[in-house]
Design a protein around this ligand. Structure first.
Ligand code: CMP
Length: 132
């Protein structure tokens, strides 16, 4: 389940966490490896995990049209977690990927420790809405 604290270094979302908090937070983060072609989110479904890309590329589609490609340092799934809305896009691994995942509980914990991190998620939601 937990990752080594160093794993979170250099991840933009965790940048604002004080060092000691980031270290403790690593306990709540999981790392997974997925093969090319794996569906990570399916448009219209309810799911509450947030994914942060460590390695690899993901393709984001809406109604079968590509709307974005996401790479290392970027995240997805924030809309399902923060808004409890159905996934608004399908996300598929375009290459083998290494991902950090947080459940909605973990995101709540992050919120109490770093409101800035959640603001960052919310800003990205706004931008993605505009581009949609
Ligand atoms: P969520 O709705 O939880 O699941 C699908 C995810 O695709 C969504 O969260 C965003 O993280 C991501 N997404 C949706 N629209 C865009 C977009 N226009 N650009 C980049 N990512 C997007």
């Amino acid at each position: 389940m937990a990752v080594k604290p160093e794993t979170l270094n250099g991840v933009p979302l965790f940048e604002k966490l004080p060092d000691d908090v980031r270290k403790r937070f690593a306990v709540w983060v999981s790392e997974i490896e997925v093969p090319e072609g794996q569906h990570l989110a399916d448009e219209g479904e309810y799911a509450y995990d947030l994914f942060i890309i460590k390695d690899g590329t993901a393709e984001v589609t809406q109604d079968g049209n590509t709307v974005a490609e996401l790479g290392p340092g970027e995240f997805f799934g924030e809309m399902g977690v923060l808004e409890r809305a159905p996934r608004n896009a399908t996300v598929v691994a375009k290459t083998p990927m290494t991902l950090l995942t947080l459940s909605s509980w973990d995101v709540k914990r992050l919120e109490s420790k770093s409101p800035e991190a959640i603001e960052q998620l919310q800003q990205v939601i706004e931008q993605r809405r505009k581009s949609a």
